[in-house]
Design a protein around this ligand. Structure first.
Ligand SMILES: C[S@@+](CC[C@H](N)C(=O)[O-])C[C@H]1O[C@@H](n2cnc3c(N)ncnc32)[C@H](O)[C@@H]1O
Length: 274
């Protein structure tokens, strides 16, 4: 159910102090991975860490999977958040195993985390035994492989098989001028399968999707906790929701805009509806 609340009524679920206490993984990651080559911005790192901490606080468990690993920069953050009994599944056309192992080792994997490396074109993963084994059991999936619309559509279809009911799917280079076909492929897939995915957040070059029947939880997190969670990680932002949920129920996050941490529509900037 959509909620319409004036901003003044939004009660952040956790105070800034509580968020500060929950940022150990972010600080550890920043220390460890400065030397790893890759494409993973500080903004995206803070956003991932905040969402992964949210999953931990809500006891959301399951496997973590990345398509497009390169030397393991973003995978190292997934490694930091992986818990015993979970799989960290890393898929790449050409696996740089030595560099990836080094990145994961510097992150320090928890005992009992099973690292699975899958080499080859991600479009062939549909027939890999990992799919029935992990059917709807992946809580965090990052699509960052081939940036053609055809490949992104295929990777999203794979995500539709694998993502848990309470998981998050992240797609890289959303709204990138360099890869407009990625944005088109994501939005087209969501339009085709509105019962399966809802785009609840975009920003820092990535799209964040949840299962439609669970998206309200992540939407509430964006409205109530995200700005404080990012500030606790040193990232001052504006979290915006600039239209009615019935038109598009997606938050955006970016650098501070108009001195606001939360920003509603142009015609009602003090009201967040979601
Ligand atoms: C931008 S890099 C990934 C960056 C990485 N996530 C990081 O944190 O630095 C893209 C990766 O996708 C891989 N890739 C490209 N096409 C692919 C495909 N069809 N299937 C699987 N991986 C692919 C490339 O080999 C490359 O390692």
């Amino acid at each position: 159910m959509s909620i319409s609340e004036p901003l003044t009524a939004v009660q952040p679920g956790l105070s800034r102090d509580s968020h500060l206490a929950a940022t150990n993984t972010f600080e550890a990651y920043r220390r460890i991975t400065a030397g790893i080559d890759g494409w993973f911005s500080v903004g995206a790192t803070a956003l991932w860490d905040a969402l992964l901490c949210f999953q931990a606080a809500r006891a959301i468990d399951g496997h973590l999977l990345e398509i497009g690993v390169w030397e393991g920069k973003s995978a190292a953050l997934m490694a930091l958040h992986a818990r015993p009994g979970e799989k960290l599944i890393l898929a790449d056309f050409e696996l740089k195993s030595t560099a990836i192992r080094r990145a994961l080792a510097s992150a320090g994997l928890a005992e009992g985390v099973d690292v699975v490396e899958l080499g080859g074109d991600s479009r062939n993963l549909h027939i890999h035994p990992i799919v029935p084994e992990c059917f709807q059991k992946v809580r965090w999936m990052h699509i960052d492989g081939e940036h053609s619309a055809r490949a992104v559509s295929s990777d999203m279809a794979l995500a539709n098989q694998l993502l848990a009911p309470d998981g998050v799917l992240v797609v890289d280079d959303f709204f990138s001028w360099l890869y407009p076909q990625v944005t088109e492929a994501v939005l087209r897939y969501v339009r085709q399968f509105p019962d399966d995915f809802t785009l609840f957040l975009c920003g820092y070059n990535k799209a964040y999707l949840a299962r439609t029947h669970f998206a309200h939880r992540y939407l509430a997190f964006c409205a109530e906790e995200l700005p404080e969670a990012l500030a606790a990680r040193g990232l001052e932002t504006t979290v915006a929701k600039t239209t009615y949920p019935s038109e598009m129920n997606t938050f955006g996050v970016g650098p501070v805009f108009q001195d606001l941490t939360r920003r509603g529509p142009d015609w009602e900037p003090d009201t967040l509806r979601y």
